[in-house]
Design a protein around this ligand. Sequence first.
Ligand SMILES: [Zn+2]
Length: 714
Amino acid sequence: MISKSLKATLICSIVLFSSCKEESKIPEKTMSDNVLIQEWTGPYDGVPAFDKVSVEAIKPAMEEAMKLNLAEIEAIANNTEPATFENTIVAMESAGKELSRVFAYYGIMGSNVSSAEFRKVQAELAPKLSDFRSQISQNEKLFQRIKTVYDASQKTPLEAQAQRVVYLTYKQFEMNGANLNAEKKKRYAEINKELSTLYTDFANNVLHDEENYITYLNEDQLGGLAEGFIKSAAKIATDKGEDGKYAITNSRSSMDPFLTYSTERELRKQVWENYYSRGDNGDEFDNNKIIAEILKLRKERVGLMGYDNYAEWRLQDRMAKTPENAMDLMMAVWPAATARVKEEVADMQTVANELGDKITIEPWDYRYYAEKVRQKKYDLDSEEVKQYLQLDKLTEAMFFTAGELFNYKFTPVAEGSVPVFHEDVKVWEVTDKDSGKHIGLWYLDPFARQGKRSGAWATTYRSSDSFEGEKNVLASNNSNFVKPAPGEAVLVSWDDATTFFHEFGHALHFFSADVKYPTLNGGVRDYTEFQSQLLERWLSTDKVINQFLVHYKTGEPIPATLVEKIKKASTFNQGFGTTEYLASALIDMKLHLADPTDIDIDKFERETLDELGMPKELPMRHRTPQFGHVFSGEGYATAYYGYMWADVLTSDASEAFRESEGGFYDKAVADKLVKYLFAPRNAMDPAEAYRKFRGRDAKIEALMKDRGFPVPKD
Ligand SMILES: [Zn+2]
């Protein structure tokens, strides 16, 4: 009944907002003639009309969809009935369907088939989208209704999923200042404005130092460098007007291989110093004062809402929940990581001595001698490995894994029956192996092309929720493999095969969702990479190896000795990797827990690392003045720990399989995996979900084992 009256108000609002001349004649809100807004038609409960996408249509579609959504929100906010779960939260969950359809196209155009024209549209839409979001987040009437429902739910709890969606919706508003009085709200907005300028300045300063500290080499300074690296260094130098020289730019992709292979120690030192001094050169591009200012403003802002510090505010809706929990985890791993660094340095010193290099290992030597140790101890021929990793076979291996764990069957959809945005895209139907029940469609866009962003990722065009009836899932995986000549196998590296499984893990997380409301499909930053990381583990299980990791010519499975080498190599240099990462994550957290009044960033970093016992042979992965994750925005502020948090869960959960009778294919463990770790997404508190899966909280032992560290005793 409530939804009926709501629909009436909706149509009114749309009439008010519509740019159409014949307003009063619009009978339904889906009558837009823009194809990108229209409901999806065709097979499988409707699929996106990717064959009809055009750059011209996107801007008007987005603008119209935003308008429709704002009208819906206004109608909810201005409802004269008292606020209830149905007329407020459910109504919000139901709103914005046109917008999500447009976003499915917008995402494709931005990531898979981008163009200069589209980027222009994107730039025009960016401020409008940000404006649109603040119009909702700052809607006072809307928030008061959400608060009413939330307060009532605290006295009389709703059923579990309803209770959670109320909590998440309320938190999202509350954490962004919706609960403040007018005066505090004003200050809150001022702080955010100041912060956004500081974030931009911070990022620009790092960029300045990346662009302006280039090391040019002469022909006689190329010792140890690979041919491909030299060629691209020559090209960069030519582009910069230094023909005949070789440019080492001040970026990770240039610094890392140079420090790994160059035999020129003095130059290694120079490249290292340039890189780790970004934003810290004591000039007008120095970031130390900006960081101090950011920390002060962040603390003041969360203080307005009554929080003690930024970390406490940030972590309340994360799996870790408190800064103490995150710190405890990091400090539990830290001693083993730094102890391993000592061993790695000793190994490297031995190699240096054997080579007759009269040196003591310094930070600019670490990668160079580590590579020598790797060649000696863990030599792995990546070309040999590739011959056993064919894209088609890996795809079959993923289907097999999904079949064993999720009981899914993947069947190719006849070409032409489902529209795609590029001829390379293939589509499969996902069904339940036993009941044949339709679950959704899986789109795979495997190959690199002009206009496609780099890397690999997963998305959904339609996610599952059930509050308005069951919905099938349309999910996609996207990679950048090099397209082969017709009829030839695509051979990929071990890393790329792992990533392929990782992204498929995200897709399975989408397919298996069993949530009532769309908001419950959302991710939790320190949790949402765990499911995908976990799926990577099936790549090296016996069943996958024996059936699918077969030589592209002979069909022979990959030899056990080679698999052993791959596994052993995965613990290589973990002292370095874990320590440089943890040092950054610890400083991130400690900076936000400290009192920012009169803070001297440089001194703070130095003294904190000293107290922690940071080995002098390596720096933080991201030193504070260049820590863009934390200071050129808020995405990873007091959240950098999250990578390790997810790693602990991954190792601990795969241990549950390893320990079980059926190993990685144990049916009972797989059932729990789907039921508690995948299907609930954010419908259940992640910590509680994990406990239901494992019977206890995650422990760090398995992670220590995976990284080759000694396992601590209880
Ligand atoms: Zn991922």
